[in-house]
Design a protein around this ligand. Structure first.
Ligand SMILES: [Mg+2]
Length: 301
């Protein structure tokens, strides 16, 4: 069951096509010329278009070109309706992006078969697009925590840094690390360690504002990109997160564990920070100082 737009200046042809397609359970919208067809396209969002080539005023080629050059409609299959005499023009239509053609007068079986084939192809194409989108999303994520991964973080930070430079906006990078995680892992085992990482990922996710980005930077290290965030605000975000972690009870089976994090913050603009790599390095230096100073604290570069 699909919605099909038939654009043809001949009432007879349009009527015959409509009758055949309705029998197949499809919904049919008719338009008698190009401009009406394009307006109907916007309004009814059809799954497929049957398009007459020869029409007064705007012809089928012009309509096809417009459909195929418009982002919202370019994936809608177009089947040209051609007379025997126009057969050499089919090539031009195909070059403009039409998927197929049907010769008038219609052979009912042929029209139905071609329409169904292209509806099915469109459906497969959409499924493929969706799968690709899901794969892309997975490729950007860390498998354990569901946060973004290191690679995506670097990409996003690089882009955000360019943007911050161009528009003279502030950008903060937060690096945090679980205190004594190795000792902790050795004592309770890696499974418990994974539960802690995952739970911490959830706490970080919950602490984010709309424009923030969080990633698992590596092992027990996490990174945040805080766009449009000057140093004092970044420090507050980081310290609030540090407190949430300190107050949280990490539960795994019959264990209830307390965890703390050390946090380093660096903010652009800063005279020593010319690029996004240096921004991360400076956050890392601040993190190191937080560790040195006794852990469970936030230090700003
Ligand atoms: Mg015509």
């Amino acid at each position: 069951m699909a919605k099909i737009l038939v654009i043809d200046d001949s009432r007879l042809v349009a009527h015959v096509a409509k009758t055949i397609l309705i029998k197949q359970g499809h919904e049919v919208v008719l338009a008698q010329d190009g401009p009406t067809g394009l307006a109907a396209l916007d309004e009814s969002k059809p799954d497929l278009i049957l398009l007459d080539l020869i029409m007064p005023g705007m012809d089928g080629y012009a309509v096809c070109e417009k459909v195929k050059n418009t982002f919202e409609t370019k994936d809608i299959p177009v089947i040209m309706l051609t007379s025997k005499a126009e057969s050499s023009d089919k090539v031009r239509g195909l070059e403009l992006g039409a998927s197929d053609y049907v010769t008038k007068p219609f052979d009912e079986g042929e029209l139905v078969a071609r329409v169904n084939t292209h509806l099915r192809l469109k459906e497969l194409y959409e499924t493929l697009q969706e799968k690709n989108r899901q794969l892309q999303e997975l490729a950007n994520r860390d498998g354990l925590t569901g946060l973004f991964n290191h690679r995506y973080f670097q990409e996003a930070l690089s882009k955000d840094f360019q943007r911050a430079m161009r528009y003279h906006e502030s950008l903060s990078c937060v690096l945090l690390d679980i205190d004594f995680f190795k000792k902790f892992n050795d004592t309770y085992g890696h499974q418990t360690g994974d539960v802690v990482l995952k739970t911490l990922g959830g706490i970080i996710e919950d602490s984010l504002r709309d424009t923030d980005l969080a990633a698992r930077y590596g092992g027990e290290e996490f990174a945040l990109v805080l766009y449009h965030t000057p140093a004092p605000a970044a420090f507050m975000v980081a310290d609030r997160l540090r407190q949430s972690v300190e107050n949280h009870e990490f539960v795994h089976e019959d264990l209830v564990l307390k965890v703390t994090i050390s946090v380093g913050v660096a903010t652009f603009p800063h005279p020593d920070i010319p690029d996004h790599k240096t921004l991360v390095e400076c956050a890392d230096k601040a993190l190191y100082r937080a560790k040195e100073a006794g852990r469970n604290q936030v230090i700003a570069f």
